[in-house]
Design a protein around this ligand. Structure first.
Ligand code: 13P
Length: 255
């Protein structure tokens, strides 16, 4: 497969700067340097500086969990691209279901952020996923396709190759319930088809599509064995070096 596996830790609102450094040191010790698998950690904004220093000399990359699309100005509480670039951020998670739900982010805002991240030379990790009631009423593919299409509106084919998509069924996040590999693969294949329709199949084949939602060492091998699952966006299991390293090892030995 031409796509590299990618394991990214979304630390959400956890860890002080000192705790972030300790976790990074411990992950580094356990995974060594990575050739086959891309690895990134996404701490909170306040830990980015310390995390960036702790990552120096490692192949692990740094990501942020959000970003505002404007360059600067009167946007109290927001963080710009230049602020993230100070710390060599490679990735920015956008459109996470927690931001959609608790902070009322809509596809239109997320699309502006996706464009701003790309314009600034970083890679967006665009999260999409259905809620339980949407799955139960048979709307999964409609929801995911709307979020994908609207999130990527106006993006060129060349930029599309730099995007990572994370399929995160909302009912699986932090609940211990995981989509079965077949359920996840069905949605991943549908996302790849949407990407092929928008950007052509050659580009679609290059885009990494991660699974997120209670992914852990016990279920990772089966998920990663699926054709269109290229890695994971990990919440809870990314907060402990042992489980995060085990996920990286799963990806190393996949396919
Ligand atoms: P959990 O792995 O804790 O379910 O979280 C997944 C997630 O939301 C990653 O962005």
């Amino acid at each position: 497969m031409s796509r590299k596996y990618f394991i990214a830790g979304n630390w959400k609102m956890n860890k002080t700067a000192a705790e972030a450094v300790a976790l990074i040191e411990s992950i580094k010790e356990q995974i060594g340097s990575q050739e086959k698998v891309e690895v990134a950690v996404c701490p909170t904004f306040t830990s980015l500086d310390a995390a960036s220093k702790a990552l120096k000399g490692s192949t692990m990359k740094l990501g942020a969990q959000n970003m505002y699309f404007e360059k600067s100005g009167a946007f109290t509480g927001e963080i710009s691209a230049d602020m993230l670039k100070q710390f060599d951020c490679s990735y920015v998670i956008l459109g996470h279901s927690e931001r959609r739900e608790y902070f009322k982010e809509c596809n239109c805002l997320i699309n502006k952020k996706v464009k701003a991240v790309l314009e600034n030379g970083m890679k967006p990790i665009l999260c999409v996923g259905e809620k339980l009631e949407e799955r139960e009423s048979g709307k999964t593919l409609d929801v995911v396709s709307e979020q994908t299409i609207k999130g990527l509106e106006g993006i060129s084919g060349a930029d599309a190759e730099k995007i990572v998509i994370a399929y995160e069924p909302v009912w699986a996040i932090g609940t211990g319930k995981t989509a079965t590999p077949a359920m996840a693969q069905e949605v991943h294949a549908a996302i790849r088809k949407i990407l092929a329709d928008a950007f052509g199949s050659e580009t679609a084949e290059k885009i990494q599509i991660l699974y997120g939602g209670s992914m852990k060492p016990e279920n990772a091998d089966a998920l990663l064995a699926e054709k269109d699952i290229d890695g994971g966006l990990i919440g809870g299991a990314a907060l402990k070096a042992d489980s995060f390293a085990a996920l990286v090892k799963s990806a190393e030995s996949a396919k």
